[in-house]
Every structure is written in C-alpha cells, then in structure tokens.
Design a protein around this ligand. Sequence first.
Ligand SMILES: [Zn+2]
Length: 261
Amino acid sequence: MDVGHGDAILITSPIGKTMLIDGGLAEAGDSVAAFVRSRTPAPLDLVLLTHRHADHLGGLGRVIAHQGARLFMDAVFPHPSPAYDALIRLLAERHIPVREAERGRVIDIGGGARVVLLTPPTPLITGSRSDANANSVVTRLEFGRVRVLLTGDAEAVTESWLLDSKADLRADVLKVAHHGSRYSSTARFLSAVRPSVAIVSGGPPTQVGHIHRDTIARIESIGARLYRTDLDGTITVRTDGRTVTVDTDKAPGSHGVQARR
Ligand SMILES: [Zn+2]
C-alpha cells in the first residue's frame, strides 16, 4: 500500500486468508484500514509487526480497531514508545492473542501458500547502526514456484547474517529493505535474491537515509524491474504459483514475469 513513508503490506491467500505486515505511520492508519476493508469484511487472520518503529506500527491500532484481528505476531526486539504501549493495550482489550515472531516459524495461510520467518537473527543483533531495524522480521512468502521476500527494515548486517544462515533467499519479488535506503540492499544480498521485481515502499526521497540513488542503481544493475510506492502508488502483485503479475495505481496495465525456479 502507498502509505507515504512506511510499510504496509496486505497478503491475501488463495483461500482468502489475510495477513497484514506492518501498518505505516499513525496518520496512514485510516487509509490502511479502508484498503483492508475494501478487500475483506472479515477480521485479519494475522498481523505481523516487522519491528517496533513508528513507520511500521503507527497505523496498526486504527486497522485493528476497525477490522479486528485473530492473531498478532510481535517483533521481539524492544523499542519502547507510547504508540507501542497503546497497541499492546488495544490487543489486550480485544483479547487478540500475541505471539513472538520467532525465526523458523512457518505460517500456513491456506491453499498451498505459506510464510516462513527467516529472522530475527539468533542471537539478536546488538551494537549495530539500528538494532530495531537489524532485528527486523524477514519473511519468505511461498506459493507454487513463486517466492516473495519481505525484508522489513533489515540492515546490511541482517543481510549478511541471512547469507551466513544459508537460508534460501532466491525470490521472484523482493520488498526492498528499509525504504530503499543506502544502509541495506548490498550487492551480495541482491545477487543472492536475484529478484525479477523489486518494490520500494516509502515516501518522496526527501528524508536522509531513505530511497538512495546508489541503492536504486544496485537494484537496477541486477536486472530487476523496480516499483516505488512514491511514484507508482499502491502496487498489487498477483500470482498463480508460476507467473507473477504486477499492477500499480498510477500506471494500470499488468507487467508479467515467469517464476524462474
Ligand atoms: Zn521503516
């Protein structure tokens, strides 16, 4: 979803189960809630928080208050804030169970689709540029031959940890880490993922540390087709397990790619 600066990703499985990964800034909450409502009247089956920064958790309270949720999976790395406390209070009031996002969890979302948690790193990364970012929950969505890698705000140190973990990182679609900043998306990581489609979620490149031209150049150099929510609006990726099609708000007309595995 185009939420300005931030991430908000809605996954709908072949049997209609829904999973929301992050919810943008607080001011994006109403539009994220409206988008979710436009796709399903039912409570979200799962809400996953990649890490506890405001541009990922801020809007979740509004969405959960409007839509409801059956399960909340929380990023484990602590990052205290009044917004986080309010979200946890809301979950308690609504009797929504909370689980920790642990590496290795496999979430069956139905119809043959599943989500595998590749991080947080164990042990947790400390002493990095941003430990909250570095311990982002990175997930791999799998359906048929298609893989989608969703990296939250993972840092270069996380990418290096993932490469060392021997996780299968190859993916057709990559949600680029940390809004396309220069602190992630190392050449080594990108060449391991080798995506056909890369998506940057973020606002206009006015904020220091986000959507950096060097990162864009690295993504383009591996031959991925780049989409950006700041330019393309909300981006919709569909797959039948073999082919991936991409539609955007601002440039309708599907772009299709074949899964490479
Ligand atoms: Zn962020």
